[in-house]
Design a protein. Structure first.
Length: 183
């Protein structure tokens, strides 16, 4: 992005357009699967039905959900399983093509199979998007991230390659977290 988001004249609206957000608990809108995905693009002025149809399909494919819902796009998003709802929320975030995707504990409320699907999806998406993932799960950080930061009591304690931090933390607080003595 290259812009100071705290600088004078910085637009919160423009910033929000460039960052997709996925929360801990899936939060599909109370509307159809299709409309969940089309909501953001429509808000940004895309009204061409053919383009919206393509965008919905592409977003659901990127979120590894298309094959499961392609014949049920008119069904309510909240009626999907928890893991499907989370992938729907990921697809919704991706539908506006943000360069950055923020994910706050995106698998914390999911069963292990659904969590694994989301982790696989993160591994695939990080090829095309900058993903900032908040997790308290050290093993998950090791599986899906390239770089890691350890924050403790509001302080950035350590930032480096994930493997280096997890295998040889430079700060004793990081080691204490990794070994389960704090956190």
């Amino acid at each position: 992005m290259g812009n100071n988001i705290f600088g004078q004249g910085a637009s919160v609206y423009d910033l929000r357009k460039r960052i997709g957000m996925v929360f801990q608990k899936p939060n599909p809108f109370p509307m159809s699967i299709y409309d969940n995905i089309a909501y953001g693009p429509k808000l940004h002025g895309l009204n061409d039905k053919d383009k919206l149809d393509k965008l919905v399909e592409d977003s659901l494919k990127k979120a590894a959900l298309w094959d499961e819902v392609k014949d049920e796009l008119d069904k309510p998003g909240p009626n999907l399983s928890g893991g499907q709802q989370q992938r729907l929320c990921i697809a919704r975030a991706l539908s506006v093509n943000p360069p950055v995707l923020l994910m706050d504990e995106p698998v914390s409320s999911l069963d292990p199979i659904s969590a694994s699907k989301i982790e696989d999806l993160i591994t695939e998406l990080k090829k095309d998007y900058t993903i900032i993932l908040v997790t308290h799960n050290v093993q998950q950080a090791f599986r899906v991230s390239d770089q890691a930061a350890f924050l403790y009591l509001g302080e950035l304690v350590e930032f480096d390659q994930t493997k280096r931090i997890l295998e040889a933390p430079a700060d004793p607080r990081t080691e204490a977290f990794i070994t389960g003595r704090i956190g």
